[in-house]
Write a protein that binds this ligand. Structure first.
Ligand SMILES: Nc1ncnc2c1ncn2[C@@H]1O[C@H](COP(=O)(O)OP(=O)(O)OP(=O)(O)O)[C@@H](O)[C@H]1O
Length: 350
C-alpha cells in the first residue's frame, strides 16, 4: 500500500473509548505536499484521528504509518509532525522570536542558525521584524501566524492543524485561508487539517475526507465531493442542497426519478427502482416568470449582493426548494408564479 508519494497512512484504524467507538476502521493516506482536510460535524471523530497521527492517542486496532514507518508506540516527540491548535498556545512570557525558536532551542540548534531560521519563518508568515514583540501585543490573526511559524520552523514532514482559524472573525478567517494556502505552497510539506467548516475545507484543500460518526463517507478533491457526492450525508453536509423524495418510473424506455409526480420532470436514475432521494444544488436551478419543468410560487426572496436566494413552493408534493441565482439578474419577485428548470446532469440520485 505504501508508495513513495505517501506521507501518512491510516490502515483500518479504530479507536474506542470504553463502549464508544469514536473512530470505526478508517483508511486514508495523505500524500507528500498535499493539503488534506478531514471535515465533519462535531463529535464525528476528527480530533481523535488527528491525535492518533501525532501520537497523543493510540489506535485500539489498525495502524498509523508516517513515511512508511509504523508508529506503533513511537511517542509524539519522536514523530515527524507538529501541531497547531484552535486555542492560541503561545508562551506569553517569551518574545515572538523566542516562541518561534523554542523547538529549535530544545533541539540544540545554535543561536546564530536559530535566529536565521526564526526570521525566515516569520517572513514566511508575513511578520518580518516581529522577533522582539510580545505575543500579547499582537492581534488574534498575528498570534495564529506566530503559532504557524513556530510549528513550521523545524520543518516537520506533516503539519497537523486542528481548527486553527475558528477563533478568528469571518474577515480575518478569510484572509488567513489565503495565507495558509500560500504558506502551504511555499513549504511544500504535507498539511493535515481538521475542521467542521465545510467552506474552509473546500477553499483550502487538495483533497477532502468527509467524516460522519466515526467513518469516512468520501475522499476526493473538493469539486468532486461537491459535484458527485457519494451519499446523502455528503450532499447535505458539503454546501447547500435540496433533498427531494421521489419515485422512479419508466419514461421513453429510461428510468427516471419523477419530481413533482407525473406532470413534473424526470431526473435520469439508471439502475434504480422505487423510493429515491434526489439532491439538487440551489444554483443548479434556473428560475423564470412563466414556464418551466416545475411550477411554483416564490415564497421568499433574499437579495445578497452577488446573488439572490429564492424559496420556491412548487406545485405538487415536493416541499419548498431553495434556489440561488448568481449575478445581477433577479427579475422575479416574491409571490410570482414561476417556472423552474434544472441544469442537465446536475442532480444526484441516492
Ligand atoms: N478521551 C476521551 N474519552 C472518552 N470519549 C472521548 C475522548 N475523546 C473523544 N471522545 C469522544 O469521541 C467522539 C469523537 O470525538 P472527537 O473529539 O474526535 O470529535 P470531533 O469530530 O473532533 O468533534 P469537534 O468538532 O466537536 O471537536 C465524541 O463522542 C467524544 O465525546
Amino acid at each position: 500500500m505504501t508508495t513513495g508519494n505517501t506521507l501518512v497512512e491510516l490502515d483500518e484504524v479504530t479507536k474506542r473509548f470504553g463502549d464508544l467507538t469514536a473512530v470505526g476502521g478508517i483508511d486514508f493516506s495523505v500524500r507528500k505536499g498535499e493539503f488534506f482536510t478531514l471535515v465533519g460535524p462535531s463529535g464525528c471523530g476528527k480530533t481523535t484521528t488527528l491525535r492518533m497521527i501525532c501520537g497523543f492517542e493510540h489506535p485500539t486496532e489498525g495502524e498509523v504509518r508516517i513515511d512508511g514507518r509504523s508508529m506503533g508506540s513511537v511517542p509524539p516527540e519522536a514523530r515527524d509532525t507538529n501541531l497547531v491548535f484552535q486555542q492560541l498556545s503561545l508562551f506569553p512570557h517569551m518574545s515572538v522570536g523566542e516562541n518561534v525558536g523554542y523547538g529549535l532551542a530544545k533541539a540544540g540548534v545554535d543561536a546564530g542558525e536559530r535566529s536565521e531560521r526564526v526570521s525566515e519563518y516569520l517572513g514566511l508568515v508575513d511578520l518580518d521584524g516581529f522577533e522582539d514583540r510580545n505575543p500579547t501585543e499582537l492581534s488574534g490573526g498575528q498570534q495564529q501566524r506566530v503559532a504557524l511559524a513556530r510549528a513550521l520552523v523545524n520543518e516537520p514532514a506533516v503539519l497537523l492543524l486542528d481548527e486553527p482559524l475558528s477563533s478568528l472573525d469571518r474577515k480575518l478567517r478569510k484572509q488567513m485561508q489565503v495565507e495558509l494556502r500560500r504558506i502551504h505552497k511555499q513549504t511544500q510539506g504535507g498539511f493535515f487539517y481538521v475542521t467542521h467548516d465545510q467552506e474552509v475545507a473546500m477553499t483550502l484543500s487538495d483533497r477532502i475526507a468527509v467524516m460522519n460518526d466515526g467513518h469516512i463517507e468520501q475522499i476526493g478533491p473538493p469539486e468532486e465531493i461537491y459535484r458527485e457526492p457519494a451519499s446523502e450525508f455528503v450532499a447535505d453536509f458539503i454546501g447547500d442542497t435540496n433533498l427531494i423524495d421521489a419515485r422512479t418510473a419508466e419514461r421513453d424506455g429510461t428510468t427516471v426519478a419523477e419530481i413533482g409526480g407525473e406532470g413534473g420532470f424526470g431526473v435520469p436514475a439508471p439502475n434504480r427502482t422505487g423510493e429515491v432521494t434526489v439532491s439538487i444544488r440551489p444554483e443548479d436551478f434556473t428560475i423564470a416568470n412563466g414556464d418551466g419543468a416545475l411550477h411554483g410560487t416564490v415564497v421568499e426572496r433574499y437579495f445578497q449582493g452577488d446573488q439572490t436566494n429564492y424559496l420556491v413552493d412548487p406545485h405538487g408534493d415536493v416541499g419548498e426548494l431553495q434556489v440561488v441565482i448568481q449575478g445581477r439578474e433577479s427579475a422575479v419577485d416574491t409571490g410570482a408564479d414561476v417556472g423552474l428548470d434544472v441544469v442537465d446532469g446536475a442532480p444526484t440520485v441516492f
